[in-house]
Structure formats: C-alpha cells, structure tokens
Ligand binder design. Structure first.
Ligand code: ING
Length: 331
C-alpha cells in the first residue's frame, strides 16, 4: 500500500534579542533547516515572528516606530538566504513574520496595514499559502498593571484571510492538505474546526508564549502554561483528525522568558516528538496521513455526525450571555 507520509520538523528558535539583526536570525534558521534535512525532514516549521524579538512586549507611542520589525516584502534581501537554502535542500517550510503592506481596507482605501503573518513555502520557493493571525491576545494601550506588556492589538490588525487550507505537493507527495494558525489561535477550537472542515491533514503553527502569566488577573501555576499549550494542540489534532507541527520561539528575550517544548502531534492527539531545550533545536517525526482517515471516517466523520443547526451561538455571538434563572415552582 503506498503510504502517504511526510517527515516534518520543528525548527525551534532560542531567544532573539532586540538588537539582533535579521541576518543573524536567518543564519540560525538556515543551520536549523540543514540539520532538519540531515534528519530526513521534508517540511520545516519555524516559529511565529521568527525574524525578530517578540516586539509586542515593547510599548511604542508611535506605531510607525515599530516598522523596523516588519517585513515589507517576502522574500527580501534578508530572508533570501532561507529561500535559497530551501531550494538547495529541497525542503518546504513555514515561516511566521510581521507583515506591513499597502492594501485597501474594508472602505476600499489603500493604506499601510500591519499583520502577524505566516506563510507556507514550497521547496522551489513559491508561497503556497498565507495566513494572518485572527486571535490577537493582550491589549492595544499601555497597561501599567502588567509587568510585561502584550501589545499585539496595538501593532497588528485582525487577520482578514480566514483560516485557509491548500492541497499542495510536499516531500514526495503530490498533494497534502496544509493549513496554518498562529500562537493564540491554538487556544480557540473554532480555528481548528474551520481547518478541519476543509480536510486539513497537517497544521503548522508557531508561538511565542511567556512562561509566566503576564496578566495581573490571578495566580496560574507555572507548570500549567505548557500543559495548556499542549492540551490545546492535542485536542485540536484529535478533534479534527490531523497532525500539527508546533514550533516555539523560546528562552529569555529582554528579560522575558518564553517557554519552548515544541511538539509534533498526531491525529490521536499523541505527542510524537517534543523539544527538550529552550534554545535552537530540531525535532522530527514521520506523519503517515493514513492516520487522519480513522478519525474522519468514524468519530469525527463531520458529514455524518455534526449538527450545525444546534451551533448558532458559535458564530451568532461574541461574548457569553447570562443564562435564564431557574424559578423554584415550590416557592
Ligand atoms: N502568546 C500567548 C499565547 O497565546 C497568551 C499569549 C499566553 C495568552 C497565555 C493566554 C495565555 O500563547 C501569543 N503570542 O499569542
């Protein structure tokens, strides 16, 4: 039986300091891609915002002053070495970066727009798919209560490309159903399900997640930070019968620690590879897409078992609405 399988890798990045030039980060990424290829990888996933430090932790009065952290073209002179390495090695890849474009908005007016973006790139260097982060955590204005700011809502617009899936050649396979999400998206089951409803087989996602809860909202035990990340990804894979390759940017940037623990997860929700360091590290695993078939032809046969007529609140509401109060008939 011809196995449809693909060897995938997480190219986990250690910290990128505020002053670190892109060329240094890209050189580190090329080395990771080479190490992944040496271990048989045919597809390599890099983290969210992989080219720079996680700059949304810095408050800048003028948004334009953050533009040095954005890419205005992809590829560019600084990222060209990564595309060249992919061609040389015959490896496809996933890359997260801050995107600044001149694009018409909903009113039809073209203006500068900034997104937290990720792309899937073929070994030949074609951009197969682009995604812009939908779930932007944190806040838009300076929050004096926080010991570290998380200003994604300040620097990025909500993604306007939905959660797309594309069937494209990868490795030795003529077609794999590939999708993406970014960091906080993984905590929202809706994101996974939209990909699942397009038959996604492999979800690539990168993340920059602080080890300590930055919100002053209350105590959260440290070990739960990683648990919640893994739980979200394992549940997403199990409930949509897909694989995920989830890659961290890790380590301490500007005094703020990000956790690593990149993982590759199968359609049973099992972690089949996990990073052990919080630095530049490659993990690999073989994804046999026959494993997707079991879930989507039994428990998660969406056509047979889903009942959208009962799901209206999921797209009809934004926040939760208080339930009716029970009245004791005996009172
Ligand atoms: N980072 C974090 C994430 O969702 C966060 C923000 C951490 C939100 C923990 C809630 C709880 O993994 C990014 N970049 O989204």
């Amino acid at each position: 039986m011809n196995h449809r399988s693909l060897i995938v890798a997480c190219a986990q990045l250690g910290p990128i300091q505020r002053a670190e030039p892109r060329a240094v980060a890209v050189a580190r990424m090329v080395r990771l891609m080479e190490r992944a290829r040496a271990r048989g990888a045919e597809f390599v996933a890099f983290p969210e915002l992989a080219l720079t430090t996680f700059f949304p932790r810095h408050y800048l009065e003028r948004i334009e002053d953050a533009d040095a952290w954005f890419e205005t073209s992809m590829p560019s002179d600084e990222t060209a070495p990564l595309f060249a390495a992919a061609r040389r090695l015959g490896v496809g890849f996933h890359l997260g970066y801050a995107e600044r474009v001149i694009e018409a908005d909903a009113t039809g007016r073209a203006r500068p727009r900034r997104f937290n973006t990720a792309i899937l790139v073929s070994p030949a260097g074609d951009i197969l798919l682009k995604y812009r982060k939908v779930h932007l955590p944190g806040h838009a204005e300076y929050d004096p209560r926080r010991n570290v700011q998380h200003l994604e809502k300040r620097y990025f617009e909500v993604g306007n490309l939905g959660f797309p899936v594309i069937r494209a050649p990868m490795g030795a396979l003529p077609g794999v159903n590939l999708g993406m999400m970014i960091c906080n998206d993984r905590r929202w089951p809706e994101a996974w399900r939209v990909l699942g409803l397009q038959g996604v087989e492999l979800v690539a996602l990168g993340y920059n997640t602080p080890s300590l809860n930055q919100e002053a909202g209350g105590f959260e035990a440290h070990h739960l930070r990683v648990f919640h990340s893994h739980l979200s990804i394992q549940a997403g894979c199990y409930q949509n019968a897909c694989f995920a390759v989830a890659t961290a940017k890790a380590g301490t940037e500007d005094g703020c620690e990000l956790f690593g623990h990149s993982i590759i997860v199968n359609p049973q929700g099992e972690i089949i590879a996990q990073a052990g360091t919080w630095d530049d590290e490659v993990i690999t695993a073989e994804c046999d897409f026959a494993m997707c078939t079991l879930g989507r032809t039994t428990i998660f046969d969406f056509a047979k078992h889903r009942r959208p007529e009962a799901y209206a609140p999921i797209t009809g509401q934004v926040g939760a609405v208080e339930p009716p109060v029970w009245g004791d008939p005996g009172a």
